[in-house]
Design a protein around this ligand. Structure first.
Ligand SMILES: Nc1nc2c(c(=O)[nH]1)N[C@H]1C(S)=C(S)[C@@H](COP(=O)(O)OP(=O)(O)OC[C@H]3O[C@@H](n4cnc5c(=O)[nH]c(N)nc54)[C@H](O)[C@@H]3O)O[C@H]1N2
Ligand SMILES: Nc1nc2c(c(=O)[nH]1)N[C@H]1C(S)=C(S)[C@@H](COP(=O)(O)OP(=O)(O)OC[C@H]3O[C@@H](n4cnc5c(=O)[nH]c(N)nc54)[C@H](O)[C@@H]3O)O[C@H]1N2
Ligand code: SF4
Ligand SMILES: [Mo]
Length: 708
C-alpha cells in the first residue's frame, strides 16, 4: 500500500528479504516510479526505525550497474563470466529442451536443483522451486546449511516450539549468548538484552572470539570451538550434584532425570576444563549463576551446531532450562527459532505429493563430489539449476565445485540478481528481481511479527521474481497441475493457516495496509508457554531421555528437503545427551582451528560485491592470536596462505588478542572473484556432516597458516 505526501513521493511498506532473524519492516520512498530511499519502520517494535549496514543502501543494490537484467547465454569458457543477451523465449526453450533431453537419456534424477535462502519470503524463498522439481522427478536437494542439526536436536528434546518471545528478554535475569555475534547478526535483539542488563541482568557470551557482542557483555568466556557440549554437560553435573535443580519442575515436566543424573557424573568441570580450555572454577560459577539467576535465558547462535557433535551439543543445552525451571517465567528458557510460532502452510509451497516416492536425495554440501563423480551417482548429474543461492561461496570443497561446474557436459542454469561466482559457470543466466520489485509475505525466525512486502517499483529490465520464473518454466515444460498456475496473490492466500489461533484478526488486506502485525499470542510480558510443561514432544515434557532419538534416530526436518521424508539418515542415536569431541585434531597435522562465522557487512555472500559493503568489510582476512602468529613469523597486515589438505585461500593476517589462542577466524561471504588467489574460506571447509540433521562442520576445520 502507498501513502502519498505533498512532495509527490510515495511510501511503500515492505520487509527486508534477507535470511536474517530480524526481518525488518521497511519503508520505501518512491518518486516518479523510482525508489529513492529505504528506511526502517519506526512503528515496528523490533525494527525500531533502523535497518543495518547490509541494507541501509538497498536502493544502490536495486539500481546497481552490476545487476543482471536480461537472460544471457554463455559465450566464453565456463567460469569466464562472458555472456550474450538472449530473450526469455530463447532461454526457456533451451532450458526446457536440455532438461527434457537429460531426463530422456539419463532419467529425471540427472537434474538437480541447488537453492537456499537468497530471499526469505514465503513465496520466493526456500520452497519456491520445490513443486516444479518434485513433479519433474529431479534429484531431491537437501539444504541443511543452517540450524538443521539444531532443529533436529531441539525437537528431540523440547519439541518444535517457539519457547521464548525475543521481546521478553527484558525480563531475563541471566542471559547466556552462546555462539552468536548478536550485534552483527541479530542486531535488533540487542536492545532487549541491553535493557535486561540495565535492569540488573548479567550477560555472558561464550565464544572463541571476543567480538562486538562479547565486548558489551559482563562476562566473556572464550571456548575451544566444538567443545560446547562438554561445557553444557559439566554445567548439568554441577547443577545436579549441588542440588540446584528446580525439583518440582523436573518432577512434573521432564522425563529421564535419573538417567541424566547418572550420565552426567562422568562430565565433571575438571574433565570439561581440559576439553574446553575454560577453567573448572569458571564452569562451576557459570552453572551456579545460571541456576540461580531466574528467569535465565540461553540464546544459541547457528554456529553452535557446526562441528562433529553439534547435535548433541544442542541436545545438552536444551536440557538446561528445564533442569533449573527457567521456562516458568517470561524471559526464561532457550531461544532457538521463534519461527515455530508461525502457522506457515509449508505443504502448499513444497507440494511433496507431486514427488515420486523413493526419489534420491543429495545433500548440497556434497555438490562438489556429486559433480566431479567422486560421489558415485547413478544417474550422474547432467543438469543443474541454481537459484536463491551461491554454492561456490557457501558450500565446502570449493575446488571440487569449480571442477564440477567446469564440466562441458553439465548444463547449468543460474537465476540471480548478480553475476555471482556461481553464475560465472552457468550456461544460461536468468535475471531475478530484488525485494523492491516483487510481492511477498514473510515469517521471521527472530520475532513474532508477520510482514507483507508490497512491490515498490516495476521490475528492472527483464528481471522476474522466482515465482514467475517457476510459473514460466512449468508452463514451458507442460506441467498442468493447478499449483503451477497460481498467481502471487493466490499464493499469499495460501501462505498461512489463517484460521490458526496465532493468525486471529490478521488478514491479507490489513497486512497490505499496515505492512506487519504481531502474531496473536500472549504479550511479551506474559509469554511463557512452558510454565506448566506443554512441550510438543511425544510425552508433552522436556525429554532428557529422548523417545524420538530412541525410535526415529537421526533425521533432517522435511522442510529442508522439499518435503521429502525418503532416505533419512536414521540410525541409532543414544537417547541421552552425551559428548562428541571435534573430529579434526592435531593428528591432522594442522594445528589451528578455523572458524568462519558471518561477516558484519555482508549477508552471507549477498552484498559481498557491493562497493559500500566491501569498503566496510575490507579484504578477505584471517584473525590470529599474536602468539600463534609469532610462532609462524607472521606480522599484522601481512598476506598469508591459509591451507590444509583440501585447499587454500589467501588472506590478510589480523593479529588480535580477541581470538582464543589456537583458533583462527575468517568470515564467510567474500566473493572468490575478489579474493587474491581466487578462493575463499569455502576451499578449506570439509563436507563432513555433524552428528544430527546433516548439519555442516564449518567450525571443525583444521588449517595451517604461512606467510607469503
Ligand atoms: N551481518 C550478518 N548478519 C547475518 C548474516 C550474515 O551473513 N551477516 N547471516 C544470517 C544467517 S543466515 C545466520 S545463520 C545468522 C548466524 O548468526 P550467528 O548465529 O551469530 O552465527 P555466526 O555469525 O556464524 O557465528 C556466531 C559466533 O559463533 C562463534 N563460533 C563459531 N564456532 C563456535 C563454536 O564451536 N562454539 C562457540 N561457542 N562459538 C562458535 C563465532 O566466533 C561467532 O562469533 O546470521 C544472520 N545474520
Ligand atoms: N564457511 C561457512 N559457510 C557457510 C556458513 C558459515 O557460517 N561458514 N553459513 C551457512 C549458512 S548459515 C547459510 S544460511 C548459507 C547461506 O547460503 P545462501 O542462501 O546461498 O546465501 P547467499 O550467499 O546470500 O546466496 C544467496 C544468493 O541468492 C541471490 N538472491 C537473492 N534474492 C534472490 C531472488 O529473489 N531470486 C534469486 N533467483 N536469487 C536471489 C543472492 O543474490 C545471492 O547470490 O551459507 C552457509 N555457508
Ligand atoms: S539484514 Fe537483518 S538487520 Fe538488516 S535490515 Fe535486513 S532484517 Fe534488518
Ligand atoms: Mo544461516
Amino acid at each position: 500500500m502507498t501513502v502519498t505526501d505533498d512532495s509527490q513521493a510515495t511510501t511503500v511498506r515492505g520487509a527486508c528479504p534477507h535470511d536474517c532473524p530480524d526481518t525488518c519492516a521497511m519503508l520505501v520512498t518512491v518518486v516518479d516510479g523510482k525508489a529513492t530511499k529505504v528506511q526502517g519502520d519506526p512503528d515496528h517494535p523490533f525494527t525500531h526505525g533502523g535497518l543495518c549496514v547490509k541494507v541501509n543502501n538497498y536502493v544502490d543494490k536495486v539500481y546497481s550497474p552490476d545487476r543482471l537484467l536480461f537472460p544471457m547465454r554463455r559465450t566464453g569458457p565456463k567460469g569466464s563470466g562472458r555472456f550474450e543477451r538472449i530473450t526469455w523465449d530463447a532461454a526457456l526453450d533451451e532450458i526446457s529442451s536440455r532438461f527434457k533431453a537429460a531426463a530422456d537419456e539419463y532419467g529425471a534424477e540427472s537434474i538437480m536443483p541447488v537453492s537456499y535462502l537468497g530471499t526469505q519470503g514465503i513465496l520466493n524463498g526456500l520452497n519456491v522451486g520445490d513443486p516444479f522439481f518434485n513433479k519433474l522427478g529431479a534429484t531431491v536437494t537437501e539444504r541443511t546449511y543452517c540450524d538443521s542439526g539444531a532443529c533436529t536436536a531441539y525437537s528431540m528434546t523440547v519439541g518444535a516450539t517457539a519457547g521464548v518471545d525475543p521481546e521478553s528478554l527484558v525480563h531475563s535475569r541471566y542471559i547466556i549468548i552462546w555462539a552468536c555475534n548478536m550485534i552483527s547478526t541479530n542486531l535488533h535483539l540487542w536492545p532487549y538484552v541491553a535493557e535486561a542488563q540495565k535492569r540488573g541482568a548479567k550477560v555472558v557470551v561464550i565464544d572463541p572470539m571476543r567480538h562486538r557482542t562479547a565486548k558489551m557483555a559482563d562476562w566473556h568466556i572464550p571456548i575451544r570451538p566444538g567443545t560446547d557440549g562438554a561445557l553444557a554437560l559439566a554445567m548439568m553435573h554441577v547443577i545436579i550434584n549441588e542440588g540446584l535443580t528446580d525439583q518440582d519442575y523436573v518432577r512434573e515436566h521432564t522425563v529421564g532425570y535419573d538417567e541424566l543424573a547418572e550420565r552426567v557424573q562422568q562430565y565433571s568441570p575438571e574433565w570439561a576444563a581440559a576439553e574446553t580450555g575454560i577453567p573448572a572454577a569458571d564452569i562451576t560459577t557459570l552453572a551456579r549463576e545460571y541456576a540461580a539467576g531466574q528467569p535465565s535465558l540461553i540464546r544459541i547462535g547457528v554456529a553452535i551446531e557446526r562441528h562433529a557433535g553439534g547435535g548433541e551439543t544442542v541436545r545438552s543445552i536444551s536440557c538446561l532450562p528445564a533442569l533449573v525451571g527457567a521456562w516458568r517465567k517470561p524471559g526464561g528458557g532457550l531461544l532457538q527459532l521463534p519461527l515455530w510460532a508461525f502457522p506457515v502452510n509449508w505443504p502448499a509451497f513444497m507440494h511433496p505429493e507431486l514427488a515420486t516416492p523413493g526419489t534420491r536425495v543429495v545433500n548440497q554440501f556434497l555438490l562438489g563430489q556429486a559433480l566431479t563423480g567422486e560421489l558415485a551417482l547413478d544417474p550422474p548429474i547432467k543438469a543443474l539449476m541454481v537459484y536463491n543461492s551461491n554454492p561456490m561461496v557457501v558450500c565446502p570443497e570449493q575446488d571440487k565445485i569449480v571442477e564440477g561446474m567446469s564440466r562441458e557436459d553439465l548444463f547449468t542454469v543460474v537465476s540471480d540478481q548478480f553475476k555471482t561466482d556461481t553464475a560465472r559457470y552457468a550456461d544460461i543466466v536468468l535475471p531475478a528481481t530484488t525485494q523492491l520489485e516483487q510481492k511477498d509475505i514473510m515469517f521471521s525466525w527472530g520475532h513474532f511479527y508477520v510482514s507483507m512486502n508490497n512491490p515498490a517499483v516495476e521490475p528492472l529490465g527483464d528481471a522476474i521474481s522466482n515465482t514467475e520464473l517457476f510459473r514460466r518454466l512449468a508452463t514451458r515444460m507442460g506441467l498442468t497441475e493447478p499449483c503451477f498456475a497460481r498467481t502471487d496473490d493466490d499464493m499469499i492466500a495460501e501462505a498461512f493457516d489463517w484460521s490458526a489461533p496465532a493468525m486471529e484478526g490478521i488478514t491479507v488486506e490489513r497486512l497490505r495496509e499496515t505492512g506487519w502485525s504481531r502474531l496473536t499470542l500472549p504479550s511479551p510480558d506474559e509469554y511463557a508457554p512452558h510454565a506448566n510443561g506443554n512441550f510438543p514432544t511425544p510425552s508433552g515434557k522436556t525429554e532428557f531421555k529422548s523417545s524420538i532419538a530412541e525410535q526415529v534416530g537421526n533425521f533432517v526436518v522435511p522442510l529442508f528437503r522439499q518435503g521429502s521424508d525418503d532416505h533419512q539418515p536414521g540410525g541409532t542415536v543414544d537417547p541421552l545427551p552425551h559428548y562428541i569431541a571435534p573430529r579434526e585434531s592435531d593428528e591432522t597435522g594442522f594445528l589451528l582451528n578455523l572458524i568462519s562465522p558471518k561477516s558484519h557487512a555482508y549477508l552471507n555472500s549477498s552484498a559481498g560485491d557491493q562497493p559500500v559493503q566491501r569498503r566496510v568489510q575490507g579484504e578477505q582476512s584471517v584473525t590470529i592470536h599474536p602468539l600463534d602468529a609469532q610462532q609462524r613469523e607472521i606480522v599484522d597486515g601481512q598476506e598469508v596462505r591459509v591451507f590444509n589438505d583440501r585447499g587454500q585461500f589467501i588472506a590478510i593476517a589480523k593479529l588480535s588478542e580477541d581470538i582464543a589462542p589456537g583458533v583462527v577466524l575468517s568470515h564467510m561471504g567474500a566473493w572468490a572473484k575478489n579474493a587474491k588467489g581466487g578462493t575463499t574460506v569455502a576451499a578449506v571447509n570439509p563436507f563432513v556432516f555433524a552428528d544430527l540433521g546433516n548439519a555442516p562442520t564449518f567450525s571443525d576445520t583444521r588449517v595451517e597458516i604461512a606467510a607469503i
